[in-house]
Design a protein around this ligand. Structure first.
Ligand SMILES: [Zn+2]
Length: 134
């Protein structure tokens, strides 16, 4: 683990929720509130300042906001598509959708499904269906 908290988030502008990106708000209308702007602090508070993937908290890790369905794959900035992820998990996940990232990670997947009950149903379904049969 070579990334330290002191390196900050300067290297991953695509995953910071600010500026025009954050202002776009909910787009799909599937339960989202039009024009509602989700703040990073609100996402962190909802997730109890804990990484949804590995379960670690500051100061052990630095938190960031992750898109369950990546922006480049059509994911929006609605609350049902945003989760709290530490910088290490966010980096490991990179451009993958959560269901692709979690498919081979049983522990993280179980934690995600237990905690992220607010995620849009279609995204949860994708995560459940992506798991290999035991
Ligand atoms: Zn993590």
């Amino acid at each position: 683990m070579r990334w330290s908290a002191s390196r900050g988030r300067s290297g991953r502008p695509a995953h910071t929720a600010r500026g025009a990106e954050a202002a776009r708000g909910a787009e799909d209308g599937a339960g989202g509130r039009p024009g509602f702007r989700v703040k990073r602090s609100d996402v962190f508070a909802r997730d109890e300042f804990t990484c949804i993937y590995c379960g670690r908290m500051p100061p052990e890790v630095e938190l960031s906001v992750d898109h369950v369905e990546p922006r480049m794959r059509g994911g929006d900035n609605s609350s049902g598509n945003l989760v709290t992820a530490c910088v290490a998990c966010n980096r490991a996940k990179a451009g993958l959708a959560a269901w692709d990232y979690l498919a081979g990670r049983d522990e993280e997947r179980a934690r995600f499904l237990e905690r992220a009950t607010y995620v849009w149903p279609r995204l949860r379904a994708a995560i459940i269906e992506a798991a290999p049969e035991p």
